[in-house]
Design a protein around this ligand. Structure first.
Ligand code: ATP
Ligand code: MG
Length: 719
């Protein structure tokens, strides 16, 4: 099966291509054209059967009234490509082998201790086949949940694809999470199988993991088997790879074992066949459950389905990471065709993609697992922390594999800036890099400029991709081929937007529309802060919250009711060019005497001060002004020498200069670290709770719980 079936709808390629306007404003695309656009993009995939209905959207309907007389709504229903059948793993692996690209590298794996492995697409096909048989042998069938609690190792990708292949719903959990956080996910998903490792390499140490898995399975759950990948005692770890400074070997760990339930991965796949015939599933079959970062409260388990998710993932990965073919536009300039349904084979072949996210984060699902593989490129996956054994580890990885796309997070860039205050030493060769990207938070202009000058020669495109677990894939971003990034002379004179806008998500991708609205749904004035709203959704939108459809309604759809607009929960504004700036979460807005200030803007200002590495701001109550700004700052070594009063005065003066006196912090507190979610986001609400000495809300998503005690100590010393 590898025929590419024609789409069931009747669309013409021409209807999307307007040479005079190569990047049409998607808000201007009619519903029909938008739906046809996605139908056309779906031809990127192999379908075993065509769909009969490209898109169905049952918007919320009024079904009654609550006690206060407000309307209550039905839960919306979204479907794309209904009736179509496909296999996600076939699309990500097998079809590349069938197309003669079996020898092309799929994964370059580098472990934290320095061990390395290379998997071609043909290797990946064999491994996924074995894992698929193994899961079936354990009794896993379509619709069963499998929780994958693994670090960034090849087995994580293989197991994920094996689940997709047999129709099991995977839910990946960050390997650094506590037993408690894992337990919540094991129980909430009702998983039948948990996959874990014996131990993990973390910051140069081997830490036991299986004990956490056992603890997570100790309560009320549906787990029948725990599959254990041997990681920390693998022979490869003892063979130290040359070129990794400070690499070390691991000792064997003792692994607690429950006979009958626990099974070693290597035993399970030992005799499994290396060929597996895929089954084809309806496009709306659930593919995975992803829990949000939990920045604003208890994580939500969002459900994504096979067809729509893979279509938008394939297209946006190609669009953002420059795989689309170049065409000559009317002005005689060479420019990628933003609406193309195919990729440029030469670009695909020469790409070495590296998304640095942990595989359990939505970023990695889309732009580290499914996106790169569905498009058939080579990619790097790296197990460890960026500063092990030294802060230049990422630079070694970029150089070693000739990484072309370096896609990372603002928090990581800021920590690199802190580690290399005088710039990256000139011992690394970054000439392979042709594109930079970031995701997860608004990027501070300072960090944007630093990365682009240090690694991107002040030349390469920088995609600041705005999206969420809910949207499944990117919603708004600058394009790599935007004129602002073009080398001089590439585009005809007179093209708009010739100066880069650091930290600007720019505009929605084709086929999706974003607006900045007030609470009643009216557009806000240019330059003013409003709510980011997706008023026309793409096919990768989450279909529900696992086990809690009411929360899906109340969190995202209730606000605009029957209009069917998705409330993203982020603040935003448009500039004079109608370009979009994301200003952080609405919950994080600081309202000082009626002035709505964005946490991210104040933080961006603070980190441009030479004494500050990182900043987290949050509203704290103030009897006069409503809110006052609390700024928690992580300092450079020089900053640590400065007195608290001097620090306060300097930073207040600095914020006043950068933004205005209204934004200056009432208090500046130097802290050793900021609380962050696993994806590196600052959990600002915890700063406020610690400051007010209030009970702390949900902490299960934190990557550095120890930071809380340290901050609490600093704060109590001030009381
Ligand atoms: P929760 O919803 O549980 O509070 P979360 O919103 O942090 O957690 P994610 O879905 O992982 O969980 O993150 C999406 C959020 O990340 C967006 O809503 C936005 O606030 C932020 N974000 C992601 N990319 C960008 C970006 N490029 N610019 C600005 N903000 C971004
Ligand atoms: Mg969110």
């Amino acid at each position: 099966m590898s025929s590419r079936l024609p789409a069931a709808t009747n669309q013409s390629e021409q209807s999307f291509s307007d040479p005079a306007n190569p990047t049409p404003n998607p808000a201007l695309i009619s519903d029909d054209a938008r739906i046809d656009f996605w139908a056309a993009q779906a031809s990127r995939l192999d379908w075993a059967e065509p769909w009969h209905t490209t898109h169905r959207f049952e918007k919320p309907q009024v079904i009654g009234e609550d006690q206060d007389g407000n309307p209550t709504y039905s839960v919306p229903e979204i479907a794309w490509f209904e009736g179509g059948k496909l296999n996600v793993a076939h699309n990500c692996v097998d079809r590349h082998v069938e197309a003669g690209r079996g020898d092309h590298v799929a994964l370059y794996f580098e472990g934290e201790p320095g061990d390395r492995l290379v998997y071609t697409y043909a290797d990946l096909q064999r491994e996924v086949a074995r894992a698929s048989h193994a899961l079936t042998d354990l009794g896993v069938v379509k619709g069963d949940r499998v929780v994958i609690y693994l670090p960034v190792i090849p087995e994580t990708v293989i197991m994920t694809l094996a689940c997709a292949r047999i129709g099991a719903i995977h839910s990946l959990v960050f390997g650094g999470f506590s037993a408690e956080a894992l337990k919540f996910r094991v129980e909430d998903t009702g998983a039948k199988v948990l996959v874990t490792t014996d131990g993990q390499n973390r910051r140069g140490k081997v830490v036991p993991v299986k004990v956490n898995a056992d603890e997570a399975c100790s309560g009320d759950n549906q787990i029948e088997h725990v599959v254990v990948v041997r990681r920390t005692s693998r022979p490869g770890n003892k063979q130290l790879a040359a070129g990794t400074r400070g690499a070390r070997s691991n000792d064997e760990l003792e692994v607690p074992w429950t006979p009958g339930r626990d099974v070693w991965w290597h035993d399970l796949i030992k005799d499994a066949p290396t060929v597996h015939t895929p089954e084809f599933f309806d496009a709306e079959t659930p593919l995975f459950i992803i829990y949000t970062s939990g920045t604003t409260g208890r994580p939500k388990g969002l459900v994504h389905t096979m067809g729509g998710y893979l279509v938008q993932t394939a297209y946006t990965h190609a669009l953002l990471f420059d795989l689309l073919p170049d065409t000559l536009d009317d002005d005689g300039a060479l420019r990628p065709d933003e609406l193309s349904m195919v990729n440029d084979p030469a670009k695909v072949d020469s790409t070495v993609h590296w998304c640095t996210a942990d595989l359990a984060w939505v970023t990695a699902h889309t732009y580290e697992i499914y996106g790169p593989l569905v498009n058939g490129v080579s990619e790097v996956i790296y197990e460890g922390t960026p500063n092990t054994p030294h802060p230049g580890r990422h630079f070694e990885v970029i150089e070693r594999y000739g990484v072309t796309n370096y896609y990372t997070a603002p928090t990581l860039i800021r920590s690199l800036m802190g580690a290399f205050p005088h710039g990256i030493p000139q011992i690394y060769n970054f000439s392979s890099v042709r594109l930079l990207g970031s995701v997860g938070e608004s990027i501070n202009p300072e960090a944007w400029r630093w990365l682009r000058s240090q690694i991107g020669r002040d030349q390469v495109p920088f995609v600041d991709t705005w999206w969420q677990s809910e949207t499944g894939s990117c919603v708004a971003s600058p394009r790599p081929h935007d004129p602002q990034f073009a080398p001089p002379g590439t585009f005809a004179a007179g093209t708009p937007g010739t100066s880069p806008k650091p930290g600007c998500a720019t505009r929605a991708i084709p086929g999706v529309s974003v607006r900045v609205l007030d609470e009643s749904g009216e557009p806000v004035e240019t330059g003013h802060q409003g709510l980011a709203v997706v008023d026309k959704i793409g096919p990768s939108m989450a279909r529900t919250v696992w086990g809690d459809p009411q929360r899906y309604l109340s969190s995202y759809w209730q606000q605009y009711g029957e209009r069917g607009w998705f409330l993203a929960g982020d603040g935003a504004r448009l500039d004079d060019d109608d370009d979009l700036y994301i200003l952080g979460r609405v919950d994080d807005v600081i309202n000082v005497s009626g002035h709505r200030l964005s946490t991210i803007e104040i933080e961006s200002a603070l980190v441009t001060h030479p004494l500050v590495v990182e900043a987290g701001t949050t509203p704290v109550e103030d009897p006069l002004t409503g809110h006052a700004v609390l700024a928690c700052v992580v300092l450079t070594p020089a900053g640590a020498e400065v007195s608290a009063t001097q620090l306060h005065d300097e930073l207040c003066a600095h914020v006043t200069r950068e933004i205005g006196p209204i934004a200056k912090p009432r208090e500046v507190i130097a802290v050793p670290d900021l609380p962050k979610t696993r994806s590196g986001k600052i959990t600002r609400r915890l700063l406020a709770q610690l400051y007010h000495n209030q009970p702390l809300g949900d902490r299960s998503s934190l990557q550095n719980e120890e930071a809380l005690d340290a901050i609490a100590d600093v704060m109590s010393a001030r009381r």
